[in-house]
Design a protein around this ligand. Structure first.
Ligand code: GUN
Length: 294
């Protein structure tokens, strides 16, 4: 079996078109322009590239965007003052502080300082709690993007054995939570594996849907999956450069071998990555509507 390739590029394009129309209607009917601010601390090249893509996508969709790039040695109090100002700014509906932050800044202090109504990442403890009880306002972008990929590719999650590899607050924990919810596009039996899991392969081999966010290049190989599995690869690793100087990327899954056994698989790049950005835009539009009482 050679797998169907689940194209996050194509599916995210479709969602962007839907959003573009929604943004145009909000402007025309209600004179509302959704606004997103990105805050980047330091000069990590991957983070710079992600923030750049987010700003470009805002422009493409007609969403107002502001970008604050701050030096790596900024103190926590200065960052907090900026967040406080953005919380009060009516042009801004969504605040995204790119993670990871430098070690001298407390991530949890920063995330809790963002107004939960503007928390388009869904990382504020209030929004994490709302997801936990099945009443989310904002779903975290990468996990939400994974759910959309599955839904729009017609992959049934109801009753499926889903195995998640990785337990981060950004991907592993929330994606498990989303897919176990009692609702359409979820209703799965979810197992979360991590670095202390005793026999990882015994879990990955029984997965109907395997979601890998382990953070290690090509970590999941063909011998670790069953025939007909659906594989969602969340990893992004820069493993070299082409002659033209472009980054060569790979995921957490050994794509070439696993695609021979899988029913469907996401590529890297062009799988989960583009979905994360478009779900951020979805949350920003939602935040603008909520702020206007729509
Ligand atoms: N760093 C990696 N993924 C994310 C994300 O989804 N949101 C933010 N803010 N930072 C990230």
């Amino acid at each position: 079996m050679t797998a169907e390739i689940i194209s996050g590029t194509a599916i995210s394009r479709q969602i962007r078109e839907e959003l573009k129309q929604e943004v145009a209607q909000l402007k025309e009917k209600h004179n509302i322009i959704p606004g997103l601010v990105t805050v980047l601390v330091g000069e990590d090249p991957a983070s710079q590239s992600y923030v750049g893509s987010k700003v470009r996508t805002c422009e493409e969709l007609g969403i107002y965007s502001e970008r604050h790039d701050l030096p790596a040695d900024i103190d926590e109090q200065t960052l907090m003052s900026l967040i406080d100002r953005l919380n009060k700014d009516p042009k801004i509906n969504g605040i995204l502080v790119q993670l990871p932050l430098p070690k001298h800044i407390s991530e949890s202090n920063v995330l809790i300082a963002i107004d939960p109504r503007k928390d388009v990442d869904g990382f504020h403890p209030i929004n994490v709690g709302k997801l936990m009880i099945g009443e989310p306002d904002y779903l975290p972008c990468t996990p939400h993007g994974i759910q959309e990929l599955l839904i729009r590719s017609g992959i049934e999650t109801e009753g499926a054995d889903i195995v998640v590899v990785g337990r981060s607050n950004i991907v592993g924990k929330p994606v498990a939570n989303i897919l176990m919810q009692k609702r359409a596009g979820a209703n799965a039996t979810v197992t979360v594996c991590h670095t202390r899991t005793r026999d990882l392969v015994s879990h990955t081999r029984r997965a109907d849907i395997l979601i890998v966010a382990a953070g290690k290049p090509k970590d999941v190989t063909a011998d670790m999956v069953k025939e007909g599995v659906v594989v969602i690869d969340v990893g992004v690793h820069r493993i070299g450069k082409t002659k033209e100087g472009k980054n060569i990327l790979c995921g957490d899954v050994d794509f070439e071998s696993v695609k021979e056994k899988a029913k469907a698989i996401t590529p890297v790049p062009g799988g989960v990555g583009p979905m994360t950005i478009v779900m951020l835009m979805t949350n920003t539009v939602k935040a603008a509507k909520l702020a206007a009482g729509l």
